[in-house]
Design a protein around this ligand. Structure first.
Ligand code: BMA
Length: 377
């Protein structure tokens, strides 16, 4: 009740605002900044698509951990509007994630992204709770971490570590930095231990709900926005999009991961666009946000990919441009990883001219074009 009184002015403000697309996250005790972010992002989605890039501030194709650097900024002159981070190995008590990013640096860059006005989102390639392997160990694992399972208390320890990590994410006034959290992603595929072949519908829903309720109600974490992000698999998994949906009271963002649609040609652009459009329509019916939570063409192997494929997919179907953001995957450091595993251009790459056109398009937003997302206007 006390909470309700504290938030009453905010709720009234939201209800009275002229804008008809009022949004309130599923966590009714979400912090002011988190509620503002959800509301503003939902509203902005009607006119813009925010560009996101995984690990953008941490490293790039030819540099590693140099403060202020960003392949995206060095290509178009602006930081991404959304920056993704990855927690794989957090549960192992080590200092670096599975890609070598130090967790303390990650916290610093999350603050930097927030202070710059961008949005932070977190995925978690969680280690295998039973075998000790990584998330690509396809031994089924979900039933073991559910209440009553043999690894349930281990899972709670991992969530405690995550809650500690989240509690360190504060802005200059001490406020918590809102995070879009994308647990158990790409579950429609079967490449992770929480994947489709590995997990029953009931177990997937149960672990999602358990995770959310534990973090929210036991740990008091109220700066998360929860994104559901099935994989589309180039059309192959789209029909399963809603199969394991945890329910409207446990999801804020209807996300979508899809890489497989993007070979070097554009043959699937229209179909993919229709899928994105469908997700936007579902999100609107449910009063939620839609987002293209992961995509990209490795090594941007087609220099016009950003406009001919990505932007074309966002624009083709009339509803598709209602997605709030679209995030391309990480630019792995060439020397450390010895491979062409990058999804945004780096300044010397032949796709930069096209990426600049993508940046200049009136639909896309980077950090330099963002309104203040953390205050209700
Ligand atoms: C995958 C690849 C891996 C990486 C993982 C987590 O898609 O980029 O190399 O370890 O994401 O970031």
């Amino acid at each position: 009740m006390k909470k309700l009184l504290i938030y009453l002015p905010l709720i009234l403000l939201l209800a009275c605002t002229k804008n008809e697309h009022v949004g309130i996250p599923t966590d009714t005790n979400a912090t002011q900044e988190t509620t503002a972010l959800y509301h503003n992002l939902k509203q902005l989605a009607y006119t813009s698509v925010l560009y996101g890039h995984q690990d953008d501030l941490a490293y790039g194709y030819s540099w590693w951990a140099e403060d202020g650097r960003s392949d995206v900024k060095e290509s178009v002159g602006a930081y991404p509007a959304v920056i993704g981070w990855e927690l794989g190995d957090l549960s192992q008590g080590v200092e670096e994630n599975l890609d070598g990013v130090r967790f303390d640096n990650m916290k610093h860059w999350i603050k930097q992204a927030y202070e710059g006005g961008s949005i932070n989102t977190i995925s978690w390639h969680m280690n295998h709770p039973v075998t000790g392997g990584d998330s690509w160990d396809t031994t089924p694992g979900v039933s073991a971490i559910l209440p009553g399972g043999t690894k349930h208390s281990l899972y709670k320890d991992w969530l405690d570590i995550f809650a500690d990590f989240l509690s360190d994410l504060t802005g200059e006034r001490g406020e918590y930095i809102p995070i879009i959290f994308r647990p158990f992603h790409e579950h429609t595929g079967s490449w992770f231990w929480w994947g489709d072949d590995q997990t029953s519908i009931e177990d997937y829903r149960a672990i999602w709900i358990y995770t959310l309720e534990y973090l929210r109600d036991q740990k008091g974490i109220h700066h998360l926005i929860y994104a559901y992000s099935p994989d589309g698999g180039g059309g192959y998994h789209f029909q399963d999009y809603m199969k394991k949906y945890p329910g409207d009271t446990f999801v804020d963002i209807l996300g979508f991961d899809d890489y497989a649609s993007f070979m070097r040609d554009t043959s699937r652009v229209e179909e993919l666009s229709a899928e994105l459009g469908q997700i936007v329509e579902w999100a609107r019916e449910k009063d939620k946000i839609a987002a293209w939570t992961e995509t990209g063409l490795e090594a941007v192997a087609e220099p016009q990919w950003f406009t001919n494929s990505m932007l074309a997919a966002i624009k083709h179907h009339p509803s598709a441009m209602g997605i709030a953001y679209a995030l391309t995957w990480r630019n792995a450091n060439f020397e450390r990883e010895q491979r062409n595993h990058f999804y945004a251009p780096h300044p010397d790459h032949e796709s930069v001219a096209d990426f600049i056109r993508f940046y200049q398009d009136s639909l896309t937003l980077f950090q330099d074009g963002l309104p203040n997302l953390y205050e209700i206007r």
